[in-house]
Design a binder for this molecule. Structure first.
Ligand SMILES: Nc1nc2c(ncn2[C@@H]2O[C@H](COP(=O)(O)OP(=O)(O)OP(=O)(O)O)[C@@H](O)[C@H]2O)c(=O)[nH]1
Ligand SMILES: [Mg+2]
Length: 269
């Protein structure tokens, strides 16, 4: 099976390479591990071992990180919360992976497929573990276009590949969280709707979250809020009308980049 990349280059279907792998490294966004899980991959995992990496843990709440590691690891599987710039965490993660591989398959080469939805940090994880910028990374979904094998150590190969959204039916509850984690290209989502969900969530979970934006007046009311944000940031459209979509995009972007603080969007139940 052959796929067409956006550059027009023919590339092998990622699924064919994935089928060769005896291990999956599933990369989730630590801020929303459930919403950034792809059910499409879950079906592929069936019966094969999975190690979960909660990437961008530096942007998530530390207590939520601990809770997620515990919750997702309850079935005995390995779960690691990781920040690609934290060398010790990265060293420990690759040591744990190497150890796991030696134990599970002492005589055979391990091929591990690094999977996840777009922009969760798959290529960054590979670069951090191999200790050099081998794979291209970028602050937008769809950076990796083809499949590539990368050697971690002798006997362990990692497969980098494009993020796959799959054909999951995603409810709005997960969708807005995926947007806030940067997994959906700009233009594919309605900024005011997503910002509305984010504001409602933050108002409920994090008192005083908007202090950092230094907005004048009362903080309640989502419509009001975007108007005040647009005014504060001088976001005006034609005829001096407040540009609410631009304010909404700025808010989501601020969240995504951690400017509102380390805030997780989900906690285990
Ligand atoms: N703060 C923070 N940013 C990270 C971390 N890991 C990755 N990023 C950033 O997240 C963005 C996406 O990283 P990539 O490694 O390109 O993600 P990917 O999953 O390979 O993306 P696709 O190939 O597009 O599917 C980049 O801007 C990275 O710098 C992390 O641990 N912390
Ligand atoms: Mg990539």
């Amino acid at each position: 099976m052959v796929g067409q990349s956006r550059t027009g280059v023919q590339m092998a279907s990622p699924w064919r390479a994935i089928e060769k792998c005896g291990l999956f490294l599933e990369v989730l966004d630590a801020r929303a591990p459930l919403s950034t899980t792809s059910l499409t991959f879950r079906h592929r995992f069936k019966g094969r071992p999975v190690i979960r990496f909660l990437m961008k843990s530096d942007l998530a709440s530390p207590s939520a990180n601990r809770a997620w590691v515990q919750r997702l690891g309850r079935d005995g599987s390995m779960v690691v919360a990781i920040d690609r710039n934290n060398r010790q965490q990265v060293r420990e993660a690759s040591a744990a992976l190497t150890e796991w591989a030696k134990h599970k398959s002492p005589f055979r080469k391990i091929r591990a497929s690094v999977v996840g939805i777009p922009n969760t940090g798959k290529s960054s994880l590979i670069n951090a573990m191999v200790g050099r910028k081998k794979q291209e990374t970028g602050d937008r979904p769809g950076v990796t276009r083809g499949v590539e094998w990368v050697r971690l150590v002798d006997g362990i190969l990692l497969l980098d590949q494009p993020g796959v959204m799959g054909d999951d039916q995603v409810e709005m509850e997960s969708y807005w969280r995926r947007v806030c984690c940067g997994t959906i290209p700009q233009g594919d989502w309605d900024p005011e709707e997503v910002a509305g969900h984010l504001v409602t969530y933050l108002d409920e979970k994090r008192r005083g979250w908007s202090d950092v934006l230094d907005l004048p007046g009362d903080t309640t009311g989502e419509g009001d809020f975007l108007d005040r944000l647009a005014r504060r940031q001088g976001l005006l459209g034609r005829g001096g009308v407040l540009n609410r979509p631009a304010a909404a995009r700025r808010l989501v972007d601020s969240y995504r980049k951690g400017r509102l603080g380390r805030i997780s969007l989900e906690m285990p139940t």
